[in-house]
Unconditional design. Structure first.
Length: 150
């Protein structure tokens, strides 16, 4: 297995992240994903998964904000890290790159004083999505948007 390392993206990485964003959108694994530009990511917090050859094989983009109201899963004013996008090239999905990105951002969230880590995930393969986020990453399930096209 090729060694994967996680780090924050630098200014030289955003063109590669934008390319991965396009691949994410082109994969059509979930509705609503659109390719973003290099400029979109420049002022964002972005992690990248890299190989020993410095090939970027995945990314995770996130935001941190204060909760605006009390909910069953957080108090008003709590700091929350929101997973905005998580994508790994298909050929690197079975080697733990996605989990490594998540584990890195989870540790970062703790260091920043976040009370929770949240995100909305969409996929046409909900079973795989739930297995990844719930079984592998230890997240809790809170809601689902169910759709029946007529």
């Amino acid at each position: 297995m090729e060694e994967i390392k996680i780090r924050f993206a630098n200014s030289n990485d955003f063109d590669n992240v934008a390319d991965l964003s396009k691949r994410f959108a082109d994969e059509c694994c979930c509705n609503g994903v659109k390719a973003e530009s290099e400029e979109f990511y420049r002022d964002k917090k972005v992690l990248v998964a890299t190989t020993t050859n410095n090939l970027i094989v995945g990314y995770l983009y996130f935001t941190i904000e204060n909760d605006t109201k009390t909910t069953p899963y957080g108090q008003k004013g709590d700091l929350t890290l929101w997973l905005e996008e998580l994508f790994v090239l298909p050929s690197y999905r079975k080697n733990g790159a996605g989990k490594m990105l998540f584990d890195f951002v989870e540790q970062y969230a703790k260091q920043e004083g976040c009370k929770s880590l949240r995100g909305s995930a969409v996929s046409k393969d909900y079973k795989r999505l739930l297995k990844f986020y719930i079984e592998k990453l230890g997240m809790d399930f809170w809601s689902a948007l169910l759709i029946k096209n007529l």
